[in-house]
Write a protein that binds this ligand. Structure first.
Ligand SMILES: [Zn+2]
Length: 333
């Protein structure tokens, strides 16, 4: 019995260790060694494009490779769980935004920090986060998945920006629409040809689609009087003196009457810190209840709308051409 066991062990050793070893050795002798790349065929190092970014937390300007900068913006500005084509659209928008301000391409840089092309303040330029901040934002288990997704979206659109009439556009965007976007001049002062009102359906899945907010009457009246000290308003029933005067192409309040004042929908939104200018109100006992649809200014690309388009099979080019009227997408970097 013992002898049989020894023979068996010998055979197993022979099959598992010796034979594969002999095969590998013979292959090495048959296959020629890979020729080493010759120096004269090596491409010269391309000068890397960098963005001078003012980082508010350290109050310093850092030079960051352009495409790396785009990744940090996409990670900060769009939920990483979104569809790949929506993330690619955001990558092109982020790159276009920085390119327009990039001093090496004739841009004016960040107006708050003249020594930088852009800053990372989302209320001034666009938000941007480091890899460490991404890790904290998504957690260790989602970090690799989300980072590689953003990496893929940025690489797939490398160097691409949006142009209108041959010039880089200002690619404004916002979170969630009410079903339509806005004409630029209905929200801000200027008519911008590529910022036109378009439909933007299927955004109900956004957590910001509907907002309900209630304020006691006294607070409402106090806020109105603080903002416009000479306002004439009924302090018991202020809402009876509110009337929508003009509705924008995007179905939001453009101007309204509040007591003896004619104000913009954007001013009313700001006063009560509401999500959008698609505002309805009603009396609820001693309070006024506001119901808002959508989140953000409504001009340019809706992020949740872009995600809905991607879910329905649109590419990033379809998405960008839908939200930015008449643009072309070109590789410039
Ligand atoms: Zn800035």
């Amino acid at each position: 019995m013992k002898r049989v066991a020894y023979i068996l062990i010998f055979f197993v050793f022979f099959i598992v260790i010796v034979i594969p070893g002999l095969i590998v050795k013979s292959c090495r002798t048959i296959l020629p060694e890979r020729p080493r790349q010759q120096r004269e065929f090596e491409k010269p190092d391309r000068k890397e494009n960098t963005v001078a970014l003012y980082i508010n937390s350290i109050k310093k300007v850092e030079k960051i490779p352009f495409e790396e900068y785009v990744k940090g913006v996409v990670a900060a500005e769009m939920p990483a769980g979104f569809q790949m084509e929506a993330i690619k659209a955001q990558a092109v928008a982020a790159r276009t935004y920085a390119y327009l301000r990039w001093r090496e391409a004739g841009g004016n840089g960040c107006s708050l920090h003249p020594e930088a092309d852009v800053c990372d303040d989302p209320t001034h330029c666009q938000a941007w986060i480091t890899k460490g901040e991404m890790l904290r934002k998504w957690g260790i288990f989602s970090f690799y998945h989300y980072y590689s997704k953003i990496n893929q979206a940025v690489s797939a659109t490398e160097g691409m920006i949006m142009l209108y009439d041959g010039k880089p556009i200002d690619p404004v965007f916002f979170s969630t629409s009410n079903g339509k976007t806005e004409n630029s001049e209905d929200v801000w002062e200027n008519y911008i040809p590529y910022l036109r009102s378009v439909t933007s359906p299927d955004e109900e899945t956004s957590p910001k689609f509907l907002e309900i907010k209630q304020f006691p009457i006294d607070d409402v009246v106090m806020k109105l009087r603080q903002k416009w000290p000479d306002i004439v308003i009924d302090s018991k029933n202020p809402e009876r003196q509110w009337k929508v005067l003009e509705v924008s192409a995007g179905g939001r309040i453009k101007t309204m009457q509040v007591g003896n004042k004619t104000i913009k929908g954007t001013e009313f939104r700001q006063l009560f810190d509401l999500n959008s200018t698609d505002i309805k109100w009603e009396r609820a006992g001693k309070s006024i209840k506001f119901t808002c649809v959508g989140f953000g200014h409504g001009v340019g690309m809706s992020q949740y709308g872009a995600n809905a388009m991607a879910r329905n099979g649109s590419t990033f080019v379809d998405i960008l051409k839908h939200y930015y009227t008449g643009v072309e997408i070109k590789k410039v970097l």
